[in-house]
Write a protein that binds this ligand. Structure first.
Ligand SMILES: [Zn+2]
Length: 473
């Protein structure tokens, strides 16, 4: 049997989409494509973000897919709330996010909830922690980095930020007939950021956050020595900068790093503090959504770094996350995964693991992560990660949540990659979708946004879903 019978009936099959696609192509036409091609029963509509990953047309400079407007919105895209903010809900926060200006007066939830409902499709609102610093109130809530500079991210211990997320969730679930919300917060703590232990390229250890008054107050409350934490991060930054230049400590890169952690447990404590803030926001979002409306489904997007970074994995216990969510969307993006995983290996291989040849470092990391049969490092970007990776990661998630919440697979459909790197094909998309279903996934979310997806790939994912369902009849 491919998937459990009851799983087919409750399967969450959806597509992530930004408001612009409905504006460009028409509500009914897009919903037709979702149902007919993707076999979707759920619309994951981005209602809040200032980022381009989940909203807007194709990323500037990337080839347009085979549908929608082919005109770049680079100059007009801004983001914000794609529904209508109701001011009464935001009284307790200085952050006042206006209606997203890029699509005129369009209220995307008013436009799609009726048509989706009449097709028996569910609507889940995607809310993402991505900002512009000129949004009213945001300048008062910015994180402060190690060097005392204001960052461009919002502090999760700032009471205005806490109140904003609660207000946004309440507004969304009370003002509209939606079925759920999914929160996206891809931010890492200071330790990972200092090490550059992610797939992002730039390693800037002086930019780690947060050392604002609210963070410091929370640290003091928990008995964490603030000046020792700063001293530790400054030493870590010096170590990272020297490592990037190839200045090998006499005892070796890894030993030097380990010694810093042992000498300054405050480094880890400060990192855990960031996670505490992040998890408290998840708790707030869950509780607020449920008190707004009991039947609301609450989900969290679990970012890519969770799949290929053992350090990050250690901070994300599925069993712990499962009790504060109805579902977790697990990122198993396998096409761009190759390029991202290779970047991660090169990043950690340029600092704390600099003594290890990169190919060996990757092999060891593959063992730690239970990856098998993946391409060698120099081929990884071109090859992408396999459907076996999708299977293993979904199986791990399914086991990890111990039945406490559903897990849905975030399938990579044309997430932009560099020239020469793996691009999604219908065969890949079909194989990845089927692998997720075989692993016991409770759903499929085609990611990241419809405006970057080729129709043939959407169709291939839908075919995998239909075939899996048929085999269970
Ligand atoms: Zn802070």
């Amino acid at each position: 049997m491919i998937i459990e019978k009851e799983n087919v009936e409750t399967m969450m099959a959806g597509v992530q989409v930004g408001a612009v696609s409905f504006a460009d192509e028409g509500v009914e036409k897009v919903l037709d494509i979702f149902q007919q091609k993707a076999a979707a029963n759920t619309v994951f509509i981005t209602t809040f973000t200032h980022g381009r990953g989940l909203a807007g047309r194709q990323m500037p400079g990337v080839k347009f897919p085979d549908h929608g407007s082919m005109e770049s919105d680079e100059k007009t895209f801004y983001g914000g709330n794609y529904a209508t903010p109701h001011p009464e809900y935001y009284a307790n926060t200085v952050i006042k996010v206006p209606h997203a200006p890029d699509l005129g007066k369009l209220d995307i939830l008013e436009s799609i909830t009726g048509p989706a409902k009449s097709r028996n499709m569910k609507v889940i609102c995607c809310l993402e922690d991505q900002w512009h610093t000129d949004v009213p109130g945001v300048s008062e809530c910015l994180e402060v980095d190690l060097m005392g500079r204001k960052s461009n991210t919002l502090c999760l211990f700032n009471p205005n930020v806490r109140e904003f997320w609660k207000a946004l969730v309440t507004d969304t679930v009370r003002s509209y007939d939606v079925d759920g919300i999914m929160l996206f917060n891809e931010r890492n703590g200071p330790l990972l950021n200092a090490l550059g232990a992610s797939h992002f390229q730039a390693i800037e250890p002086g930019r780690v956050t947060c050392f604002c008054e609210f963070h410091i107050a929370e640290a003091k409350r928990l008995g964490i020595d603030v000046s020792r934490a700063k001293e530790g991060y400054n030493k870590l930054a010096a170590f990272i900068r020297a490592s990037l230049k190839g200045q090998r400590p006499s005892d070796g890169y890894y030993v030097e790093f380990e010694r810093l952690l042992l000498e300054y447990p405050e480094i880890v404590a400060w990192d855990r503090l960031f996670d505490k803030g992040k998890h408290e926001v998840l708790n707030d979002v869950y509780a607020t959504a449920k008190s707004g409306r009991k039947d609301i489904q609450v989900g969290f997007h679990i970012e890519h770094v969770n799949s290929f970074n053992p350090f990050f994995r250690a901070t994300r216990d599925y069993a712990e996350l499962a009790v504060k969510a109805d579902f977790l969307k697990i990122v198993v993006y396998n096409n761009c995964g190759g390029e991202r995983y290779a970047n991660f290996i090169r990043n950690i291989g340029s600092t704390l693991f600099r003594d290890v040849p990169l190919e060996e470092l990757m092999r060891m990391n593959n063992h730690l992560l239970n990856y098998s049969g993946e391409a060698a490092l120099d081929q990884l970007a071109t090859s992408g990660l396999s459907s076996g990776y999708v299977f293993n990661e979904m199986q791990r998630a399914k086991e990890g949540v111990k039945g406490k919440c559903r897990v849905v697979a975030g399938i990579d459909v044309n997430i932009p990659t560099a020239e020469g790197s793996r691009k999604a094909s219908p065969e890949d998309t079909y194989a990845a979708t089927l692998a997720a279903l075989k692993a016991g996934s409770d759903g499929i979310v085609l990611s990241r946004k419809y405006s970057e997806m080729m129709l043939g790939n959407i169709d291939a994912a839908g075919r995998a879903l239909r075939e899996a369902a048929k085999k269970n009849k």
